[in-house]
Design a protein around this ligand. Structure first.
Ligand code: KIV
Length: 272
């Protein structure tokens, strides 16, 4: 249990903004299923992201693009059955909000109605302005996401650090200001230089949550499978591993296989 969890009140979008005002860092982590979401919530997480990274770590896809709205809703519902305290954000999957703002609103309404989540997240700046504005008219809080936006991986061509060049950094700053101005309650900045992320966090009143964006952000987010060592092959510089669950699970399962094969399991006490 985290030492920061004496406050059992439900985390809301408003409380995140208050946390930024008083300089309290925001902890955010992904979850996609009931059992892990329950453990993560009990451990004191502020924000749980039902990320479309489920495409990679749950479904084994190479990119996030194949994720469907029905699949995100399935994961969102599973997480929501477990969570009592954390704010739950559900990612809008690729193709459900970029086409037109009416479709974006329908997609966001489905997520909110069917999962009971607190808010949604979507990727992009000025290009998706209309979609964000329309979603906000329905009273659905929107978290933005700039920098490395994995749904645009085919445009970028690689997962390298974004906004190193001045033009891209300037566009990111403009987009960040725009997202705040039109009403996003928070913003994720992924894999950009720490100096740029700190500048954006300092400029905005809304919380800026970083992943691979340095310590100057108002909070941090990681993908649960990466930080727990379940996704063993993935080790970018920004990732800190808090456990080696991959090895623990491999060893436990190998021991179980041995015990079954040798007839050691079940023993007399483990039967009726
Ligand atoms: O889908 C996801 O897990 C995300 C995080 C990387 C921020 O969007």
């Amino acid at each position: 249990m985290s030492t920061y969890t004496e406050d059992k009140r439900k985390v809301t979008t408003l409380r995140l903004i208050e946390m930024k005002r008083r300089g309290e860092k925001i902890a955010m982590l992904t979850a996609y299923d009931y059992s892990m979401a329950k453990l993560i919530d009990e451990a004191g997480m502020d924000v749980i992201l039902v990320g479309d990274s489920a495409s990679n770590v749950m479904a084994g896809n190479v990119t996030t693009l194949p994720m469907t709205l029905d699949q995100m809703i399935y994961h969102g519902k599973s997480v929501m059955r477990a969570v009592k305290r954390a704010l739950v954000v559900v990612d809008m999957p690729f193709g459900t909000y970029q086409g037109n703002s009416k479709e974006a609103l329908f997609s966001a309404i489905r997520i909110m109605k069917e999962t009971h989540a607190d808010c949604i997240k979507l990727e992009g700046g000025a290009e998706v302005r209309e979609s964000i504005e329309r979603i906000l008219t329905a009273g659905i809080p929107v978290m933005g996401h700039l920098g490395l936006t994995p749904q645009s991986i085919n445009k970028f061509g690689s997962y390298t650090v974004r906004a190193r060049e001045e033009a891209e950094a300037e566009k990111l700053i403009e987009d960040a200001k725009l997202l705040q101005e039109i009403g996003c309650f928070a913003l994720v900045l992924e894999k950009i230089p720490a100096v740029l992320a700190a500048k954006v966090a300092g400029m905005l009143d809304i919380p800026v949550i970083g992943i691979g964006a340095g310590n100057g952000c108002d909070g941090q987010v990681l993908v649960m499978h990466d930080m727990l060592g379940i996704n063993k092959g993935f080790s970018p510089r920004f990732l800190r591993r808090y456990a080696d669950l991959g090895t623990i699970i491999n060893d436990a399962v190998a021991k179980y296989v041995d015990d079954v094969k040798t007839g050691d399991f079940p023993n007399e006490k483990e039967q009726y």
